[in-house]
Design a protein around this ligand. Sequence first.
Ligand SMILES: Nc1ncnc2c1ncn2[C@@H]1O[C@H](COP(=O)(O)OP(=O)(O)O)[C@@H](O)[C@H]1O
Ligand SMILES: [Mg+2]
Length: 341
Amino acid sequence: MTDEIAIEFAEVTKRYGTAVAVDNISFSIAKGEMVTFLGPSGCGKTTSLRLIAGLELPTTGVVRIAGRDVSQRAASERNVGMVFQSYALFPHMNVLENVAYGPVIRGEAKATARARAHEILEQIGLAGLSARLPSELSGGQQQRVAVARAIVQQPDVLLFDEPLSNVDAKLRRKVRGEIRDLQKRFGLTAVYVTHDQEEALAVSDRIVVMQAGRIAQIGSPRDLYERPASPFVADFIGDANLISGQVSGGRFRAADLDLPMQGNEGAAQISLRPERIALSPGSGSPSGKVLSCTYLGSRWEYEIETGFAELLASRPMTEPPIAPGTDVSLTIPDNAPIRVA
Ligand SMILES: Nc1ncnc2c1ncn2[C@@H]1O[C@H](COP(=O)(O)OP(=O)(O)O)[C@@H](O)[C@H]1O
Ligand SMILES: [Mg+2]
């Protein structure tokens, strides 16, 4: 990754009639960076990606790729590669022909295009499959061929729109790892769209969280998880208990919850991650009652009734379970609550 900017949106809005799909967003992506657009269905992820590709033009605002204003340029005038959820490989061409196709169409000599396609397939570890038809490949292999086909064009930017939707659930972890490896190995600038927060955390240098056409927050996976800027982000990235209360004299209070808290006095909201709440049977403050205890294989998950909220708490498998109906006291480390409003 360098500091050179590969993609820049300056106050970009996209309207369809009166509907606003993308609402005045600005951000920049560095060369060699992998950035994910994450958010619920309809928040504007695909539209943002299509604005980068040139498949949509902004209603207002400026899109720059590699320093060039491409706002009103068609897709064919931008050097952008795209990998779709349906791999869109040509079924009657073998792997090598599929990868060499783009350069040939662009006017490269067939032999040169094939040599370059072969080289990339070799680097990706697919050279042994060159003669196979797409139908003779697994979903994950087809996805890698689709990536090879995009890389051979040496795009300024590589775009992925929910590329794992058609990959078997068990293979997704593997394929997303392969995509991330290729992106790093080739130093590609990549923009990735998903609605799956775990996938976003796993593959991204930075994540753009979108909400109703706007950017809710931009940050590294850790930034977003540990320092969410709003209740929406706290809730969307991982599980969060959102608790409303009052801040005064450097303390946050809600019923018998009393925690140190900096910042403005008055009404406030905190996010508390389930894994940061320790439970012990007996009385204490803050207090709660176990409503349910669920075995989740890797951990116990509890619902706890308290005077300030119904909490979700998750505890390691190594702790003995606490039965529903048991009174518990809660222990919350001083640095666990994050103020989100
Ligand atoms: N071609 C279109 N015409 C009208 N509305 C559209 C069009 N494309 C997208 N939208 C609307 O814009 C919003 C954002 O859509 P989209 O970018 O596809 O969201 P996402 O990919 O996050 O699910 C949605 O409300 C969607 O209905
Ligand atoms: Mg979409």
